[in-house]
Structure formats: C-alpha cells, structure tokens
Design a protein around this ligand. Structure first.
Ligand code: 2KA
Ligand code: SF4
Ligand code: MG
Length: 240
C-alpha cells in the first residue's frame, strides 16, 4: 500500500472542508450537535465512496478540493461555537497523524469539544497520543462490495490496535442482507464489538429502503443499526 498521499506536516492540516454545526449523522452519536473537519486524502478508493472529492482525481479537481489550514485557524473556528462533539473525518484522517495528534490535544487543552470522534477505515493504526485524546474511533472496515482487494481493506494488526485502544466502534457499510455474513466473519475473526450496520446510500430513498431490509436481520444478529441522518434530512448536500 502506498502511504502517504498527503504531507503530514507539524502545524498545518490538509483539509477538504470544515462544516457545521450539523448533526452527527452516523453511528453511536447519531443526532448529536457536531462540527466536522474533513481531511483531504485517502489511500484507498471504495467504488461507492461518498467523499470522493477528497482523493479521486478522475472525478474531481483535487487542487480545488484541498487547502492548507493551520491548527490555530481550526481552533479559532471551533471557538466560535459551543463546545460539543467534534468529528474528524475524511478521506482518511489518520494519514496526517502528527498534525492530528497536535490538533486533538489542543482541542482538549482548550476545552473546545466535549467529545472528539475520528471516522477511519481501520487500515492505519492511530498513534498512542491520538488514541488517548479522542472519545471514540468510528471504524469502518470495508467489505468486498467496495471492490478493494482484501489486503487493502482488512489490516489485521490495525484492527487489533484499534481494539486495544478500547475506543473503537465498528460501523460496517452494508448494501444488502448478504453483506451481514461477511460482517459476521470479520466480527468473529477479529472479535469486533460493538457492531453498527449502516446502509450504503447517498439519497434518502436508498438509505431508508436499505434500512428497512437490514433492520430485522441486524436485530437477529444482536447488532446496532445506524441510519445516515444527514442523508435523510438533506440528501447529498455538501457540508452537511
Ligand atoms: N452529518 C454528517 N455526519 C457524518 N458522519 C460521518 C460523516 C462522514 O462523512 O464521515 C458525516 C457527514 O458527512 N455528515
Ligand atoms: S475509505 Fe472512506 S474516504 Fe476512503 S475511499 Fe473508502 S469510503 Fe472513501
Ligand atoms: Mg459523509
């Protein structure tokens, strides 16, 4: 795997967008007042990626999709609103570990968030400092329908490190009931808990239809079901 695709600077982040307040739309904190920092860059490319502007040069003008923002500017943006949940997503935020380390520690020091979550694909291990500063990793290991090869999407040592952090929730993106077998195999092999199953989809009709198909089978597995609240509310609007 070739790493990294973005420079990992000390004081500057490569950002795609900062947005909010909005609601955390996915996973265990769904519905919470949240602000988002979407970092630029991803080293893998899922066919159905909903944030392809962070890395897909065939579909986007990547020069126009990235900007260099200092940690100070991010902190000053955050200080303009009430402390709540801050979500760092991407792209793959763990491609910029040194600056993310500084960012999350500064957010904590200045009490600019009540909680910090990192959305990650589970293919890059977090540093110990990042793991100690965040509230939770929403880890989304990819299934075969991402069309990535298994070694690209499943990194056993990384899954182990994330489990060892004690802060991982496992949010699997599913298209169909058949995907639950694949999730079960990963859950059993790598002992992943708690499990959240989230429908793949970037419009409210698809999200709701897939949730309805998945709901009872997810319950039968004893797992949690996530919606994509921002999609139900605002469809595929950027910055929501
Ligand atoms: N509202 C909202 N919630 C989200 N949770 C995870 C998101 C992501 O793009 O990683 C996301 C997003 O893009 N918007
Ligand atoms: S890991 Fe996430 S950001 Fe990267 S291609 Fe897959 S869905 Fe998109
Ligand atoms: Mg999104």
């Amino acid at each position: 795997m070739k790493l990294p695709v973005v420079p990992d600077a000390e004081r500057d982040l490569v950002i795609n967008e900062m947005f909010g307040p909005t609601f955390q739309g996915e996973g265990p904190s769904t519905g919470r007042y949240a602000r988002f920092i979407r970092l630029f860059g991803c080293h893998i490319s899922c066919v159905w990626c909903d944030s392809a502007q962070t890395h897909d040069q065939r579909r986007y003008d990547l020069a126009a999709e990235q900007r260099i923002v200092s940690i100070e500017d991010v902190l000053s943006w955050l200080s303009g609103g009430p402390a709540g949940l801050v979500v760092i997503t991407g792209g793959e935020p763990l491609l910029q570990p040194r600056v993310v380390e500084r960012l999350v520690n500064a957010i904590r020091e200045r009490q600019l968030a009540t909680d910090i979550e990192i959305e990650t694909s589970g293919t890059i291990a977090p540093t110990a400092l990042i793991a100690s500063a965040v509230t939770r990793f929403n880890v989304s290991p990819k299934l075969a329908h991402s069309r990535l090869r298994r070694h690209q999407r499943i990194r056993p040592t990384v899954l182990k490190d994330l489990t060892a952090s004690g802060k991982a929730s496992w949010k699997f993106v599913a298209q169909d009931v058949d995907d639950l077998d694949e999730i079960q195999e990963l859950v059993s092999t790598y002992d992943l808990h708690p499990v959240w199953v989230m429908p793949e989809g970037t419009d409210s009709t698809t999200v709701l239809a897939r949730m309805r198909v998945l709901a009872d089978p997810v319950l039968a597995h004893g797992w949690n079901l996530s919606t994509r609240l921002h999609t139900l509310l605002w469809e595929n609007d950027r910055g929501r």
